[in-house]
Design a protein around this ligand. Structure first.
Ligand code: SF4
Length: 321
């Protein structure tokens, strides 16, 4: 089997927080706390969890937009955290990000031509007429018109801006795209269009995706595998079909139970989790999910479970298995 394109091993990102007021304790927010996974070439891995679970921080650490606290990331055989400045420049071309908010991620003072062409300038990929032709071609590929080149971001709808963001990422011919909640700021009516576009582009350019989302529904159809995160850790990872058919971790089961079933004759019992996720500043002892878990039992608040392969390709971190 080919070596994975991306290997993430025991990635940690802790943020030190200072005291706001004298009686408040300083501490460490364990935003990402020991995340490991691999990503095969051409694959889409969905990374899912509630807001604040560390999924976006994971994506940003992989790209070194945030400096990690510990761990290792290897991209195409190269250790990202040990990369020299020159190696990092090359890696930045090969690993691109699509941001959640198409409104704030595009510079309002730059025209579409400048936004999409910027990466080609930085990485010296094309100049002058060639750059303009490539930009026009990319705009067509993402469903916009070359006539849009001279326009500015405020002249576009949210969906169109996200298409500009996708064209910007594609401009430097990357192999990995980290899509950080790429549709959550968009109207429901255009979310599917943008997901379909991402799928078409993956086929055409052989892209590999890490697709970050807070909703399991978003990643269901587009992901080959799905990893579920809770409070800075992956609690379950499996092939997409297997995870949706046979969720094992009580947290995944609860997320799954919230997805409406299209068939009215099928009844699915909704599992309502009590309370909000605990603060990553003071994660619960033992299993981090034990304060909300409907299935917790004797060892759960004392012993931390580890992520184990309980069926072929199906990993879960829970004392039940
Ligand atoms: Fe629930 Fe215990 Fe499993 Fe944690 S280890 S998910 S508390 S059953």
């Amino acid at each position: 089997m080919d070596a994975p394109l991306l290997t993430v091993t025991d990635l940690k990102k802790h943020f030190r927080v200072r005291r706001g007021v004298p009686w408040e304790q300083a501490g460490v927010v364990r935003a990402v706390d020991g995340v490991s996974f691999t990503l095969r070439k051409g694959e889409t891995l969905g990374l899912v969890g509630e807001s604040g679970c560390g999924k976006s921080t994971t994506g940003r650490c992989i790209l070194r937009l945030l400096e990690p606290t510990a761990g290792k990331v290897v991209f195409d055989g190269l250790s990202v955290f040990d990369a020299s400045k020159e190696e990092m420049r090359r890696l930045r071309r090969q690993m691109q990000i699509i941001f959640q908010d198409p409104y704030s991620s595009l510079n309002p003072r730059m025209s579409v031509e400048q936004i999409v062409g910027e990466g080609m300038v930085i990485h010296r990929l094309a100049r002058g007429a060639e750059r303009r032709d490539r930009t026009a071609d990319l705009l067509r590929k993402v469903g916009l018109s070359p006539d849009h080149m001279k326009r500015y971001p405020h002249e576009f709808s949210g969906g169109q801006r996200q298409r500009i963001g996708i064209a910007r990422a594609l401009a430097v011919s990357p192999s990995l795209i980290i899509a950080d909640e790429p549709i959550s700021a968009l109207d429901v009516s255009i979310q599917a269009q943008v997901l379909n576009l991402l799928q078409d582009l993956q086929e055409e350019f052989g892209l590999t995706y890490l697709l970050i989302a807070h909703d399991l529904r978003v990643v269901e159809h587009i992901s080959d595998r799905v990893a579920v995160m809770y409070l800075g850790q992956i609690v379950e990872l499996a092939d997409s079909q297997e995870l949706y058919r046979n969720p094992l971790h009580p947290y995944t089961q609860a997320l799954m139970s919230a997805i409406p079933v299209p068939d009215p004759t099928v009844k699915r019992e909704r599992i309502i989790l009590k309370g909000d996720p605990p603060s990553p500043l003071r994660p619960p002892s033992g299993c981090r999910f034990h304060t909300r878990c409907p299935k917790r039992f004797e060892p759960c608040d004392r012993q931390e479970p580890v992520l184990r392969e309980v069926q072929r390709g199906h990993w879960v971190s829970c004392h039940l298995y």
